[in-house]
Write a protein of this length. Structure first.
Length: 89
C-alpha cells in the first residue's frame, strides 16, 4: 500500500459545490482507496467519500485544498482525483 499527497488551488468561481463534490466523492469510492481532503494543507482532513463532509469544508474559489490517498496505486488515483476536482475550471 502506498500514500500520495496532492494540493491544488480551486479556481471554480463557486468552489466545490454539490455537483463537483458528488463527482469527487463517487470517484473516491470507486478508487477503493482511503482518501482525506482538507481545506488547507497540513490541517486535519475529512473522509472524501462522503459528499456531505466534502461540502461541509466550504471550499471557495482561491482555496488551496489537499488530498491524501492511501491504497494501491495511490499516485495514479491522486492525479485522477485532482483532475476530477479541477475539470471545467
Amino acid at each position: 500500500m502506498s500514500t500520495a499527497t496532492r494540493t491544488t488551488v480551486i479556481n471554480d468561481p463557486v468552489g466545490i459545490h454539490a455537483r463537483p463534490a458528488a463527482e469527487f466523492s463517487q470517484a473516491v469510492t470507486a478508487s477503493g482507496c482511503t482518501v482525506t481532503i482538507s481545506k488547507k494543507p497540513g490541517t486535519p482532513g475529512v473522509n472524501a467519500s462522503s459528499i456531505l463532509s466534502v461540502m461541509g469544508l466550504g471550499v471557495k474559489a482561491g482555496d488551496t485544498i489537499e488530498i491524501i490517498v492511501n491504497g494501491d496505486d495511490a499516485e495514479t488515483v491522486a492525479d485522477a482525483l485532482i483532475a476530477t476536482l479541477t475539470k471545467g475550471e
